[in-house]
Design a protein around this ligand. Structure first.
Ligand SMILES: NC(=O)c1ccc[n+]([C@@H]2O[C@H](COP(=O)([O-])OP(=O)(O)OC[C@H]3O[C@@H](n4cnc5c(N)ncnc54)[C@H](O)[C@@H]3O)[C@@H](O)[C@H]2O)c1
Length: 464
Protein backbone atom coordinates (compact mmCIF):
# COMPACT_ATOMS: atom_id res chain seq x y z
CA UNK A 1 0.00 0.00 0.00
CA UNK A 2 1.39 3.40 -0.98
CA UNK A 3 2.24 5.79 1.86
CA UNK A 4 1.01 9.08 0.40
CA UNK A 5 2.29 11.04 3.41
CA UNK A 6 5.92 10.58 2.28
CA UNK A 7 5.21 12.39 -1.02
CA UNK A 8 3.18 15.06 0.78
CA UNK A 9 5.84 15.71 3.45
CA UNK A 10 8.46 16.09 0.71
CA UNK A 11 6.41 18.41 -1.53
CA UNK A 12 7.04 22.18 -1.36
CA UNK A 13 3.74 22.96 0.36
CA UNK A 14 3.66 19.83 2.50
CA UNK A 15 7.20 20.39 3.81
CA UNK A 16 6.23 23.88 5.07
CA UNK A 17 3.18 22.51 6.88
CA UNK A 18 5.03 19.53 8.30
CA UNK A 19 7.84 21.77 9.61
CA UNK A 20 5.40 24.31 11.07
CA UNK A 21 3.42 21.61 12.89
CA UNK A 22 6.51 19.64 13.93
CA UNK A 23 5.19 16.50 12.22
CA UNK A 24 7.46 13.59 11.24
CA UNK A 25 9.26 14.11 7.93
CA UNK A 26 10.02 10.73 6.36
CA UNK A 27 12.56 10.79 3.55
CA UNK A 28 12.14 8.37 0.62
CA UNK A 29 14.72 5.70 1.47
CA UNK A 30 17.40 4.72 -1.04
CA UNK A 31 17.15 1.06 -2.02
CA UNK A 32 19.40 -1.32 -3.92
CA UNK A 33 19.56 -0.82 -7.68
CA UNK A 34 21.24 -3.33 -9.95
CA UNK A 35 24.72 -2.17 -10.94
CA UNK A 36 24.85 0.67 -8.39
CA UNK A 37 27.93 0.89 -6.12
CA UNK A 38 27.64 -0.64 -2.64
CA UNK A 39 28.45 2.73 -1.08
CA UNK A 40 27.51 5.79 -3.10
CA UNK A 41 29.86 8.24 -1.36
CA UNK A 42 33.01 8.38 0.77
CA UNK A 43 33.37 6.76 4.19
CA UNK A 44 34.92 8.57 7.13
CA UNK A 45 36.91 6.25 9.37
CA UNK A 46 37.50 6.65 13.09
CA UNK A 47 39.24 4.33 15.50
CA UNK A 48 40.13 3.89 19.12
CA UNK A 49 43.69 3.15 20.15
CA UNK A 50 44.48 -0.52 19.61
CA UNK A 51 41.75 -0.90 16.97
CA UNK A 52 42.01 -4.42 15.56
CA UNK A 53 39.80 -4.29 12.50
CA UNK A 54 41.25 -1.53 10.35
CA UNK A 55 42.86 -3.94 7.89
CA UNK A 56 39.72 -6.04 7.28
CA UNK A 57 37.68 -2.84 6.94
CA UNK A 58 40.17 -1.43 4.42
CA UNK A 59 40.05 -4.68 2.46
CA UNK A 60 36.27 -4.50 2.17
CA UNK A 61 36.23 -0.81 1.26
CA UNK A 62 38.86 -1.46 -1.41
CA UNK A 63 36.82 -4.40 -2.76
CA UNK A 64 33.71 -2.21 -3.11
CA UNK A 65 35.84 0.57 -4.66
CA UNK A 66 34.91 3.08 -1.99
CA UNK A 67 36.71 6.30 -1.23
CA UNK A 68 37.65 7.07 2.37
CA UNK A 69 38.87 9.75 4.76
CA UNK A 70 40.73 9.44 8.05
CA UNK A 71 39.47 11.40 11.04
CA UNK A 72 42.24 13.44 12.69
CA UNK A 73 42.32 10.99 15.63
CA UNK A 74 42.63 7.98 13.32
CA UNK A 75 45.57 8.98 11.16
CA UNK A 76 46.81 5.38 11.21
CA UNK A 77 43.98 4.70 8.74
CA UNK A 78 45.88 6.47 5.94
CA UNK A 79 48.69 3.92 5.99
CA UNK A 80 46.34 0.95 6.33
CA UNK A 81 44.10 2.21 3.53
CA UNK A 82 47.00 2.95 1.19
CA UNK A 83 48.34 -0.55 1.76
CA UNK A 84 44.94 -1.94 0.74
CA UNK A 85 44.96 0.17 -2.44
CA UNK A 86 42.11 2.34 -1.23
CA UNK A 87 41.74 5.99 -2.25
CA UNK A 88 42.06 7.93 1.00
CA UNK A 89 43.07 11.20 2.58
CA UNK A 90 42.76 13.26 5.76
CA UNK A 91 39.25 14.50 6.42
CA UNK A 92 38.60 18.21 6.18
CA UNK A 93 34.85 18.30 6.89
CA UNK A 94 33.69 16.88 3.54
CA UNK A 95 30.22 15.31 3.35
CA UNK A 96 30.35 11.53 3.64
CA UNK A 97 27.98 8.65 3.03
CA UNK A 98 29.20 6.49 5.89
CA UNK A 99 30.85 6.75 9.29
CA UNK A 100 32.76 3.65 10.34
CA UNK A 101 34.31 3.51 13.79
CA UNK A 102 36.54 0.67 14.96
CA UNK A 103 36.01 0.58 18.72
CA UNK A 104 37.56 -2.85 19.29
CA UNK A 105 40.50 -1.33 21.17
CA UNK A 106 38.39 0.39 23.84
CA UNK A 107 39.18 -1.35 27.12
CA UNK A 108 37.88 1.06 29.77
CA UNK A 109 34.94 3.46 29.98
CA UNK A 110 37.33 6.37 30.55
CA UNK A 111 38.37 5.99 26.90
CA UNK A 112 34.89 6.49 25.51
CA UNK A 113 35.60 10.14 24.68
CA UNK A 114 37.17 8.73 21.51
CA UNK A 115 33.57 8.08 20.42
CA UNK A 116 32.56 11.57 21.42
CA UNK A 117 35.22 13.28 19.32
CA UNK A 118 34.52 11.27 16.21
CA UNK A 119 30.74 11.47 16.21
CA UNK A 120 30.65 15.03 17.52
CA UNK A 121 32.85 16.17 14.64
CA UNK A 122 31.13 14.10 11.97
CA UNK A 123 27.42 14.07 12.85
CA UNK A 124 26.50 17.00 10.59
CA UNK A 125 28.50 15.68 7.66
CA UNK A 126 26.52 12.51 6.95
CA UNK A 127 24.57 12.61 3.70
CA UNK A 128 20.87 11.56 3.64
CA UNK A 129 20.39 7.78 3.82
CA UNK A 130 23.94 7.55 5.14
CA UNK A 131 25.29 4.63 7.14
CA UNK A 132 26.88 4.41 10.57
CA UNK A 133 28.70 1.25 11.58
CA UNK A 134 30.49 0.82 14.90
CA UNK A 135 32.58 -2.32 15.37
CA UNK A 136 33.41 -3.74 18.77
CA UNK A 137 34.21 -6.95 20.62
CA UNK A 138 31.44 -9.17 22.11
CA UNK A 139 31.18 -8.07 25.78
CA UNK A 140 30.32 -11.60 26.93
CA UNK A 141 33.61 -12.90 25.58
CA UNK A 142 35.85 -10.42 27.40
CA UNK A 143 37.93 -11.56 30.36
CA UNK A 144 38.24 -8.01 31.75
CA UNK A 145 35.01 -6.60 33.15
CA UNK A 146 36.21 -3.07 32.32
CA UNK A 147 36.54 -4.02 28.67
CA UNK A 148 33.21 -5.86 28.69
CA UNK A 149 31.59 -2.77 30.19
CA UNK A 150 32.86 -0.26 27.67
CA UNK A 151 32.11 -2.62 24.78
CA UNK A 152 28.54 -3.07 26.05
CA UNK A 153 28.20 0.72 26.25
CA UNK A 154 28.56 0.95 22.46
CA UNK A 155 24.95 -0.22 22.18
CA UNK A 156 23.73 3.00 23.78
CA UNK A 157 25.73 4.98 21.24
CA UNK A 158 24.46 3.32 18.08
CA UNK A 159 20.85 3.13 19.25
CA UNK A 160 20.93 6.85 20.07
CA UNK A 161 22.62 7.84 16.82
CA UNK A 162 19.90 5.99 14.90
CA UNK A 163 17.27 8.06 16.69
CA UNK A 164 19.18 11.33 16.49
CA UNK A 165 20.49 11.65 12.94
CA UNK A 166 17.23 10.85 11.09
CA UNK A 167 17.19 11.72 7.30
CA UNK A 168 17.11 7.99 6.52
CA UNK A 169 20.50 7.49 8.21
CA UNK A 170 20.80 4.22 10.09
CA UNK A 171 23.26 3.04 12.74
CA UNK A 172 24.35 -0.45 13.74
CA UNK A 173 26.76 -2.10 16.12
CA UNK A 174 28.75 -5.12 14.95
CA UNK A 175 30.50 -7.26 17.56
CA UNK A 176 33.31 -9.23 15.97
CA UNK A 177 34.73 -12.11 18.00
CA UNK A 178 38.50 -12.63 18.25
CA UNK A 179 39.49 -14.81 15.32
CA UNK A 180 36.49 -13.75 13.20
CA UNK A 181 38.13 -10.64 11.74
CA UNK A 182 38.08 -12.14 8.23
CA UNK A 183 34.30 -12.71 8.41
CA UNK A 184 33.21 -9.05 8.25
CA UNK A 185 32.79 -8.66 4.49
CA UNK A 186 29.22 -9.87 3.91
CA UNK A 187 27.99 -7.86 6.89
CA UNK A 188 29.80 -4.65 5.96
CA UNK A 189 28.58 -4.93 2.38
CA UNK A 190 25.02 -5.29 3.64
CA UNK A 191 25.18 -2.54 6.25
CA UNK A 192 26.97 0.02 4.07
CA UNK A 193 24.64 -0.50 1.12
CA UNK A 194 21.01 0.56 0.49
CA UNK A 195 20.06 -3.10 1.10
CA UNK A 196 19.90 -2.27 4.81
CA UNK A 197 17.58 0.73 4.24
CA UNK A 198 15.06 -0.20 6.96
CA UNK A 199 17.44 -1.79 9.49
CA UNK A 200 18.58 0.49 12.30
CA UNK A 201 19.72 0.32 15.92
CA UNK A 202 20.63 -3.35 15.58
CA UNK A 203 23.39 -5.36 17.23
CA UNK A 204 24.99 -8.03 15.06
CA UNK A 205 27.36 -10.70 16.30
CA UNK A 206 29.99 -12.21 14.00
CA UNK A 207 31.83 -15.30 15.18
CA UNK A 208 34.32 -17.74 13.75
CA UNK A 209 32.96 -19.32 10.58
CA UNK A 210 30.59 -22.23 10.83
CA UNK A 211 31.30 -24.78 8.13
CA UNK A 212 31.88 -23.13 4.80
CA UNK A 213 32.06 -19.35 4.71
CA UNK A 214 33.45 -18.25 1.41
CA UNK A 215 33.29 -15.07 -0.59
CA UNK A 216 31.23 -15.70 -3.73
CA UNK A 217 32.96 -15.57 -7.09
CA UNK A 218 30.63 -12.68 -8.00
CA UNK A 219 29.16 -10.49 -5.26
CA UNK A 220 26.31 -9.58 -7.63
CA UNK A 221 25.31 -13.26 -7.71
CA UNK A 222 26.21 -14.50 -4.23
CA UNK A 223 23.63 -17.33 -4.30
CA UNK A 224 24.64 -18.65 -7.69
CA UNK A 225 24.33 -22.45 -7.76
CA UNK A 226 22.35 -22.55 -4.49
CA UNK A 227 18.91 -24.12 -4.08
CA UNK A 228 16.72 -22.17 -1.70
CA UNK A 229 13.27 -23.04 -0.32
CA UNK A 230 11.03 -20.06 0.51
CA UNK A 231 7.78 -20.83 2.36
CA UNK A 232 4.70 -18.63 2.11
CA UNK A 233 6.01 -17.31 -1.20
CA UNK A 234 2.82 -16.74 -3.21
CA UNK A 235 2.53 -13.09 -2.10
CA UNK A 236 3.71 -10.37 0.28
CA UNK A 237 7.07 -10.67 1.96
CA UNK A 238 7.58 -14.28 0.80
CA UNK A 239 7.19 -13.33 -2.88
CA UNK A 240 9.72 -10.55 -2.39
CA UNK A 241 12.18 -12.92 -0.67
CA UNK A 242 11.83 -15.32 -3.62
CA UNK A 243 12.54 -12.49 -6.08
CA UNK A 244 15.57 -11.21 -4.18
CA UNK A 245 17.22 -14.61 -3.71
CA UNK A 246 16.55 -15.38 -7.39
CA UNK A 247 18.07 -12.01 -8.32
CA UNK A 248 21.10 -13.06 -6.26
CA UNK A 249 21.46 -16.17 -8.41
CA UNK A 250 19.59 -18.88 -6.46
CA UNK A 251 17.35 -21.57 -7.92
CA UNK A 252 14.24 -21.04 -5.83
CA UNK A 253 11.60 -23.50 -4.68
CA UNK A 254 8.54 -21.42 -3.78
CA UNK A 255 6.07 -23.06 -1.40
CA UNK A 256 2.58 -22.13 -0.32
CA UNK A 257 -0.75 -23.74 0.56
CA UNK A 258 -2.63 -25.42 -2.34
CA UNK A 259 -5.30 -22.66 -2.18
CA UNK A 260 -2.59 -20.16 -3.19
CA UNK A 261 -1.52 -22.16 -6.27
CA UNK A 262 -2.33 -19.38 -8.76
CA UNK A 263 -0.17 -16.78 -6.98
CA UNK A 264 2.54 -19.36 -6.42
CA UNK A 265 2.68 -20.28 -10.11
CA UNK A 266 2.89 -16.61 -11.02
CA UNK A 267 5.86 -16.03 -8.67
CA UNK A 268 7.58 -19.22 -9.87
CA UNK A 269 7.16 -18.15 -13.51
CA UNK A 270 8.47 -14.65 -12.86
CA UNK A 271 11.69 -15.87 -11.25
CA UNK A 272 12.17 -19.13 -13.13
CA UNK A 273 11.63 -21.14 -9.95
CA UNK A 274 9.73 -24.29 -9.00
CA UNK A 275 6.33 -24.17 -7.30
CA UNK A 276 5.52 -26.56 -4.46
CA UNK A 277 1.94 -26.50 -3.15
CA UNK A 278 2.02 -27.85 0.41
CA UNK A 279 0.44 -27.01 3.75
CA UNK A 280 3.45 -26.94 6.08
CA UNK A 281 1.13 -27.43 9.05
CA UNK A 282 0.20 -30.95 7.88
CA UNK A 283 1.79 -33.79 9.89
CA UNK A 284 3.48 -35.31 6.82
CA UNK A 285 4.87 -31.97 5.52
CA UNK A 286 8.43 -32.44 6.90
CA UNK A 287 8.80 -35.83 5.18
CA UNK A 288 7.37 -34.47 1.92
CA UNK A 289 9.96 -31.69 2.03
CA UNK A 290 12.77 -34.14 2.73
CA UNK A 291 11.65 -36.24 -0.26
CA UNK A 292 11.38 -33.19 -2.54
CA UNK A 293 14.80 -31.89 -1.47
CA UNK A 294 16.49 -35.28 -1.90
CA UNK A 295 14.95 -35.70 -5.35
CA UNK A 296 16.44 -32.29 -6.16
CA UNK A 297 19.95 -33.21 -4.97
CA UNK A 298 19.55 -31.45 -1.59
CA UNK A 299 18.83 -27.83 -0.73
CA UNK A 300 21.21 -25.16 0.50
CA UNK A 301 18.85 -22.87 2.41
CA UNK A 302 15.42 -22.85 4.00
CA UNK A 303 13.61 -19.55 4.49
CA UNK A 304 10.76 -20.00 6.97
CA UNK A 305 8.55 -17.09 5.98
CA UNK A 306 5.04 -18.64 6.01
CA UNK A 307 3.05 -17.27 8.91
CA UNK A 308 -0.49 -16.55 10.00
CA UNK A 309 -2.30 -14.33 12.47
CA UNK A 310 -5.57 -15.12 14.25
CA UNK A 311 -5.91 -12.11 16.53
CA UNK A 312 -8.16 -12.08 19.61
CA UNK A 313 -7.60 -10.99 23.17
CA UNK A 314 -6.70 -14.01 25.29
CA UNK A 315 -10.09 -13.98 27.02
CA UNK A 316 -11.89 -14.17 23.68
CA UNK A 317 -9.55 -16.57 21.91
CA UNK A 318 -10.67 -20.10 21.06
CA UNK A 319 -8.14 -22.82 21.76
CA UNK A 320 -7.93 -23.93 18.12
CA UNK A 321 -6.80 -20.43 17.09
CA UNK A 322 -3.99 -20.63 19.61
CA UNK A 323 -2.96 -24.08 18.39
CA UNK A 324 -3.19 -23.16 14.72
CA UNK A 325 -0.92 -20.12 15.01
CA UNK A 326 1.69 -21.79 17.20
CA UNK A 327 1.69 -24.82 14.91
CA UNK A 328 2.16 -22.98 11.59
CA UNK A 329 4.48 -20.25 12.88
CA UNK A 330 6.67 -22.32 15.18
CA UNK A 331 6.18 -26.06 15.82
CA UNK A 332 6.08 -26.83 12.12
CA UNK A 333 9.38 -25.04 11.59
CA UNK A 334 10.98 -27.01 14.40
CA UNK A 335 9.79 -30.27 12.83
CA UNK A 336 10.94 -29.24 9.34
CA UNK A 337 14.38 -28.21 10.60
CA UNK A 338 14.82 -31.48 12.48
CA UNK A 339 13.77 -33.59 9.50
CA UNK A 340 15.78 -31.65 6.93
CA UNK A 341 18.94 -31.60 9.02
CA UNK A 342 18.80 -35.19 10.29
CA UNK A 343 18.19 -36.54 6.79
CA UNK A 344 20.91 -34.40 5.24
CA UNK A 345 18.32 -32.95 2.83
CA UNK A 346 19.60 -29.55 3.98
CA UNK A 347 23.22 -29.71 2.95
CA UNK A 348 26.16 -29.13 5.25
CA UNK A 349 27.08 -25.45 4.95
CA UNK A 350 23.33 -24.83 4.78
CA UNK A 351 21.47 -21.77 5.96
CA UNK A 352 18.19 -21.52 7.85
CA UNK A 353 16.59 -18.09 8.06
CA UNK A 354 13.39 -17.57 10.05
CA UNK A 355 10.90 -14.73 10.12
CA UNK A 356 9.97 -13.56 13.60
CA UNK A 357 8.20 -10.26 14.35
CA UNK A 358 8.51 -7.28 16.66
CA UNK A 359 5.26 -8.58 18.18
CA UNK A 360 7.34 -11.48 19.46
CA UNK A 361 9.83 -9.03 20.97
CA UNK A 362 7.52 -6.32 22.30
CA UNK A 363 4.24 -8.22 22.68
CA UNK A 364 1.05 -6.88 21.15
CA UNK A 365 -2.53 -6.44 22.25
CA UNK A 366 -4.74 -9.19 20.79
CA UNK A 367 -1.74 -11.24 19.64
CA UNK A 368 -0.79 -13.53 22.53
CA UNK A 369 -0.84 -16.57 20.24
CA UNK A 370 1.15 -14.82 17.49
CA UNK A 371 3.64 -13.28 19.96
CA UNK A 372 4.18 -16.67 21.59
CA UNK A 373 4.92 -18.19 18.19
CA UNK A 374 7.24 -15.36 17.10
CA UNK A 375 9.10 -15.13 20.44
CA UNK A 376 9.41 -18.91 20.12
CA UNK A 377 11.12 -18.43 16.75
CA UNK A 378 13.75 -16.33 18.55
CA UNK A 379 14.11 -19.11 21.11
CA UNK A 380 14.44 -21.72 18.38
CA UNK A 381 17.17 -19.73 16.61
CA UNK A 382 19.17 -19.18 19.77
CA UNK A 383 18.76 -22.66 21.22
CA UNK A 384 19.44 -24.65 18.06
CA UNK A 385 22.34 -22.55 16.73
CA UNK A 386 25.08 -24.46 18.65
CA UNK A 387 23.94 -27.95 17.59
CA UNK A 388 23.43 -26.82 13.99
CA UNK A 389 26.88 -25.21 14.00
CA UNK A 390 28.36 -28.63 14.67
CA UNK A 391 26.78 -29.71 11.37
CA UNK A 392 28.06 -26.65 9.51
CA UNK A 393 24.62 -25.01 9.35
CA UNK A 394 23.74 -21.47 10.43
CA UNK A 395 20.37 -20.29 11.73
CA UNK A 396 19.31 -16.65 12.07
CA UNK A 397 16.07 -14.67 12.12
CA UNK A 398 14.74 -11.36 10.96
CA UNK A 399 12.01 -9.68 12.96
CA UNK A 400 10.03 -7.31 10.74
CA UNK A 401 8.30 -4.27 12.14
CA UNK A 402 5.63 -2.44 10.16
CA UNK A 403 5.99 -3.64 6.56
CA UNK A 404 3.72 -2.38 3.77
CA UNK A 405 1.81 -5.53 2.80
CA UNK A 406 -1.78 -6.69 2.39
CA UNK A 407 -1.67 -7.63 6.09
CA UNK A 408 -0.84 -4.10 7.28
CA UNK A 409 -3.10 -2.44 4.67
CA UNK A 410 -6.01 -4.12 6.46
CA UNK A 411 -5.20 -2.41 9.78
CA UNK A 412 -7.61 0.46 10.70
CA UNK A 413 -6.32 3.89 9.54
CA UNK A 414 -5.34 5.42 12.92
CA UNK A 415 -3.47 2.33 14.13
CA UNK A 416 -1.82 1.96 10.72
CA UNK A 417 -0.58 5.56 10.79
CA UNK A 418 0.82 5.11 14.31
CA UNK A 419 2.57 1.90 13.24
CA UNK A 420 4.09 3.60 10.23
CA UNK A 421 5.45 6.66 12.04
CA UNK A 422 6.63 5.22 15.38
CA UNK A 423 10.17 4.49 14.21
CA UNK A 424 13.34 6.38 13.34
CA UNK A 425 12.51 6.36 9.61
CA UNK A 426 8.94 7.66 10.22
CA UNK A 427 7.61 5.21 7.63
CA UNK A 428 6.78 1.57 7.05
CA UNK A 429 9.28 -0.76 5.45
CA UNK A 430 8.89 -2.53 2.12
CA UNK A 431 8.83 -6.33 1.72
CA UNK A 432 12.15 -6.01 -0.13
CA UNK A 433 13.78 -4.67 3.06
CA UNK A 434 13.02 -7.94 4.85
CA UNK A 435 14.10 -9.89 1.78
CA UNK A 436 17.50 -8.15 1.58
CA UNK A 437 18.27 -8.98 5.22
CA UNK A 438 17.33 -12.61 4.59
CA UNK A 439 19.53 -12.78 1.49
CA UNK A 440 22.46 -11.45 3.56
CA UNK A 441 22.03 -14.23 6.16
CA UNK A 442 21.59 -16.83 3.41
CA UNK A 443 24.77 -15.85 1.56
CA UNK A 444 27.78 -18.15 1.33
CA UNK A 445 30.06 -15.57 2.98
CA UNK A 446 27.81 -15.26 6.05
CA UNK A 447 29.13 -18.37 7.81
CA UNK A 448 30.24 -16.19 10.74
CA UNK A 449 26.62 -15.28 11.45
CA UNK A 450 24.52 -17.61 13.53
CA UNK A 451 22.06 -17.15 16.38
CA UNK A 452 21.39 -13.55 15.33
CA UNK A 453 17.95 -11.94 15.44
CA UNK A 454 17.88 -8.73 13.47
CA UNK A 455 14.90 -6.42 13.45
CA UNK A 456 13.90 -4.91 10.13
CA UNK A 457 11.72 -2.24 11.69
CA UNK A 458 13.26 1.18 10.99
CA UNK A 459 14.19 1.17 14.71
CA UNK A 460 10.61 0.91 15.89
CA UNK A 461 9.89 2.32 19.33
CA UNK A 462 8.00 -0.92 20.09
CA UNK A 463 10.19 -3.30 22.03
CA UNK A 464 13.22 -1.05 21.53
N1 LIG B 1 3.62 -7.66 7.13
C1 LIG B 1 4.22 -7.30 8.25
O1 LIG B 1 4.23 -6.13 8.62
C2 LIG B 1 4.90 -8.34 9.11
C3 LIG B 1 5.46 -7.92 10.31
C4 LIG B 1 6.12 -8.84 11.11
C5 LIG B 1 6.24 -10.16 10.71
N2 LIG B 1 5.66 -10.56 9.54
C6 LIG B 1 5.82 -11.98 9.17
O2 LIG B 1 6.33 -12.05 7.86
C7 LIG B 1 5.86 -13.23 7.22
C8 LIG B 1 5.16 -12.90 5.90
O3 LIG B 1 4.14 -11.96 6.18
P1 LIG B 1 3.21 -11.29 5.06
O4 LIG B 1 2.82 -9.96 5.56
O5 LIG B 1 3.87 -11.40 3.74
O6 LIG B 1 1.95 -12.25 5.20
P2 LIG B 1 0.97 -12.87 4.08
O7 LIG B 1 -0.23 -13.34 4.80
O8 LIG B 1 0.79 -11.92 2.95
O9 LIG B 1 1.82 -14.11 3.55
C9 LIG B 1 2.01 -15.29 4.30
C10 LIG B 1 2.02 -16.45 3.34
O10 LIG B 1 2.19 -17.65 4.10
C11 LIG B 1 1.33 -18.64 3.55
N3 LIG B 1 0.99 -19.65 4.53
C12 LIG B 1 0.24 -19.51 5.64
N4 LIG B 1 0.07 -20.69 6.24
C13 LIG B 1 0.72 -21.62 5.50
C14 LIG B 1 0.89 -23.01 5.60
N5 LIG B 1 0.33 -23.71 6.59
N6 LIG B 1 1.62 -23.64 4.66
C15 LIG B 1 2.17 -22.96 3.64
N7 LIG B 1 2.05 -21.62 3.49
C16 LIG B 1 1.32 -20.96 4.41
C17 LIG B 1 0.09 -17.85 3.15
O11 LIG B 1 -0.73 -18.57 2.23
C18 LIG B 1 0.69 -16.59 2.57
O12 LIG B 1 0.94 -16.69 1.22
C19 LIG B 1 4.93 -13.92 8.23
O13 LIG B 1 5.66 -14.91 8.93
C20 LIG B 1 4.54 -12.78 9.15
O14 LIG B 1 4.17 -13.24 10.41
C21 LIG B 1 4.99 -9.68 8.73
Amino acid sequence: MKDGYIDFANSAMGAKLVNALGLPKPLPLERHKAGAPVLSGPALIGASEGAALLEPIAKVLAAIKAQSYAHERAVQWVGVANAAGLTTGRWGGEKVKALVFDATGLSDSTQSDALYWFFHDAARSVLPCGRIVVLGRPPEQQTSSRKATVQRSLEGLTRSLGKELRKGINAQLVYVAEGAEDQVESTLRFLLSPRSAYVSGQVIRIGKPIGASQAPADWNLPLSGKKVLVTGASRGIGASIAEVVARDGAQVIVLDVPQAQAGLDEVAKKIGGKALALDIGAPDAPQKLVDAAKADGGWDAIIHNAGITRDKTIANMKEHLWQMVVNVNLSTQERINDAMVESGALKSGGRIVCVSSISGIAGNMGQTNYAVSKAGVVGMVQSTAPALAAKGITINAVAPGFIETAMTAAIPFAIREAGRRMNSMSQGGQPVDVAEAIAWFAGPASGGLTGNVIRVCGQSLLGA
